[in-house]
Design a protein around this ligand. Structure first.
Ligand SMILES: Nc1ncnc2c1ncn2[C@@H]1O[C@H](COP(=O)(O)OP(=O)(O)O)[C@@H](O)[C@H]1O
Ligand SMILES: Cc1cn([C@H]2C[C@H](O)[C@@H](COP(=O)(O)O)O2)c(=O)[nH]c1=O
Ligand SMILES: [Zn+2]
Length: 196
């Protein structure tokens, strides 16, 4: 389990970036909420953001597949985050794969200002390709946690998000009606069957 480093000297604090990545249903949002709740217990000021396009479950809150939730601010552009984060110590971002590419500079700026930045997002899309700015965010992060789901076909460790619909759009919001967590083998077998 990830244990956060402590900010020791108030006036000499360094910031950092943490990335939580994995497939759908792997527990990214749960882990983000867990870390943010611990920051709240530690009496730190937090701000949480999600891309405005992600309106599943709730327009404001971040909600996990097992119904944990925490209030957030939806933003259209990543740059808007800088307007809300002046006096906070911890910044959380969910569904980071959907943010525009300025999210990389925004995270770096926040960390350079001494803030703890926790970013959760899908590392791969439904084709098994790196998703949005997640590779760049992982490159600049101090800490990366890859979480895993359970393969819905064989029960092994799942790293992939298998799309059950024929849509070829990269962005297709949905839940278990449209996606299944799968291990590498079951993901590849599914792709193969579709191609035949
Ligand atoms: N195939 C699966 N593997 C693991 N957890 C699953 C699966 N399907 C549903 N879940 C539920 O999803 C929860 C994780 O949800 P969440 O944190 O929202 O994941 P993510 O943000 O990675 O999509 C688990 O605690 C579990 O209750
Ligand atoms: C793989 C994949 C997913 N999406 C969408 C589906 C969901 O709305 C979110 C992921 O949510 P989660 O919290 O990680 O479960 O992303 C998509 O648009 N395109 C994809 O390729
Ligand atoms: Zn499998």
């Amino acid at each position: 389990m990830f244990v956060e480093p402590s900010h020791t000297k108030q006036n000499q604090r360094t910031g950092w970036i943490e990335v939580i990545c994995g497939s759908m249903f792997s527990g990214k949002t749960e882990e983000l909420i867990r870390r943010l709740n611990r920051a709240i217990i530690a009496k730190q000021k937090i701000q949480i953001f999600k891309p405005a396009l992600d309106k599943r479950y709730h327009t404001q809150n971040i909600v996990s597949h097992n119904d944990n939730s925490i209030p957030s601010t939806p933003v259209g552009l990543a740059q808007e985050i800088l307007q809300y984060t002046n006096d906070c110590e911890v910044v959380g971002l969910d569904e980071a794969q959907f943010f525009d590419e300025s999210v990389i500079d925004v995270c770096e700026t926040l960390a350079n200002f001494g803030k703890r930045v926790i970013v959760a997002g899908l590392d791969m899309d439904y084709m098994g390709k790196p998703f949005g700015c997640m590779p760049q965010l992982m490159a600049i992060a101090e800490f990366i946690t890859k979480v895993h789901a359970v393969c819905m076909v064989c029960g092994e460790v799942a790293s992939h998000s298998y799309r059950l619909s024929p849509s070829g759009d990269r962005v297709l919001l949905g839940e278990a009606d449209l996606y299944e967590a799968r291990c590498r083998r079951c993901f590849n077998l599914g792709e193969l069957a579709e191609a035949q």
